[in-house]
Design a protein around this ligand. Structure first.
Ligand SMILES: CSC[C@@H](O)[C@@H](O)C(=O)COP(=O)(O)O
Length: 360
């Protein structure tokens, strides 16, 4: 069975504390928006889709307990709380797009005289809950489209060797994963020879989380440190790189975990296709280029320490941007739940589809 990062039943939300993995498996209760903000900001839960889902579910849990029966007050509170949740981590766009959708929904329900306050609450919570199943469904489609795209470049039934970065699996989503979903799909169809995952310094999501998922799923895998990527591509005949995304601009420039950009440069040098796997809810059509993406900077401690153990010289200055932006011209394709698009096609293709939760 896949790892479960989010446990939810109406009124009850728990997340698997990813700061304790792989050594301890402990679920943390999220009792409302304040807890939701904290677990996201501290990175007890992380990964763009999981951040959005947990943030919104924390609001659902809080609303259920709330005795408010004035729709206008409810609408106002919802907007304030969603904006607060969005502020927990600024780069991943999924939570911002979900918040915009939910604020629209709250406006509609509040303005409709035929909707009572309890129906408002019920429909609003149900909409948030639908994000869980939709995310898994989208990830499975991403997995299928991604594996087909990678295999379509090969002759015969050759097996593939994939490199991935950071963690994009069950832990970073409601389940199955995005880039890791593509890898899972290749493995399921017996076409995956091997996957290499980077350690992903400074916070080691690759070593701690992706490696854990790959071992758990019995997928043939090897861990490398980030500085080995060039040597790996030079010597190991990598078929493709597949990574996730925190925010894709409308021209295809992609913000993802720090280190992604240099992997894309190395891939181009070695003529290895470089794919970004991301749901439509990671695509920010309001941004014309990646220059406008706000890059979160994390505390020095995430670089200077591993767990409680200090590894950097005391007194040294640190710069710790959590993400970088890979220019669209280095990206072979963006794998979404609606198909694989070259970056230049996003502007035409993406507006054709409904936004992530508006259509439910
Ligand atoms: C499906 S997760 C996609 C991205 O969010 C992932 O690649 C990533 O960069 C995660 O960063 P993190 O800082 O661990 O939240």
């Amino acid at each position: 069975m896949s790892l479960e990062s989010i446990r939810y039943k109406r009124g009850n939300l728990e997340i698997l504390d990813q700061l304790l993995l792989p050594l301890q498996t402990r679920y943390v209760k999220v009792q409302g928006v304040e807890d939701g903000w904290k677990v996201i900001n501290k990175m007890q839960v992380r990964g763009a889709p999981a951040i959005a889902i947990v943030g919104c579910l924390s609001l659902a849990v809080e609303l259920l307990k709330d005795e408010m029966d004035d729709k206008k007050v409810m609408r106002q509170e919802i907007e304030g709380k969603l904006n607060y949740l969005v502020s927990a981590r600024p780069t991943a766009v999924n939570i911002k797009l979900a918040a915009d959708e939910l604020i629209n929904l709250a406006n509609t329900l509040s303005a409709d005289d035929n909707v009572s306050s309890s129906e408002f609450k019920d429909r609003f919570i149900a909409r948030i809950e639908s994000m869980l199943a939709k995310d898994i469904e989208d990830n499975k489609a991403i997995g299928k489209f991604g594996s087909e795209a990678i295999l379509s470049r090969l002759e015969g039934d050759r097996q593939v060797r994939i490199l991935t970065h950071c963690n994009t699996g069950s832990l970073a989503t409601a389940g199955y994963g995005t880039a890791l979903g593509v890898i899972r799909s290749l493995h399921g169809s017996k076409r995956l020879e091997h996957v290499y995952c980077t350690e992903t310094r400074p916070y080691n999501q690759g070593a701690r989380l992706t490696a854990y998922e790959l071992v758990h799923e019995k997928i043939p895998a090897t861990l490398i440190v980030d500085s080995m990527v060039s040597a790996l591509m030079h010597t190991r005949n990598i078929t493709a790189v597949v990574v996730g995304a925190d925010r894709v601009a409308s021209n295809g420039d992609t913000a993802n975990k720090i280190g992604t950009y240099q992997i894309a440069i190395v891939a181009r040098h070695h003529d290895v296709p470089f794919y970004v796997a991301a749901p439509l809810s990671s695509i920010d059509m309001s941004l014309t280029s990646g220059d406008r993406i706000k890059i979160e900077e994390r505390p020095d401690r995430e670089m200077t320490h591993i767990g409680e153990h200090r590894i950097a010289a005391p007194g040294i200055n640190c710069w710790n941007p959590s993400f970088d932006v890979t220019p669209a011209n280095l990206i072979t394709g963006i794998i979404t739940e609606k198909g694989v698009f070259t970056p230049s096609r996003l502007k035409d293709e993406i507006p054709k589809y409904h936004s992530p939760i508006a259509s439910s």
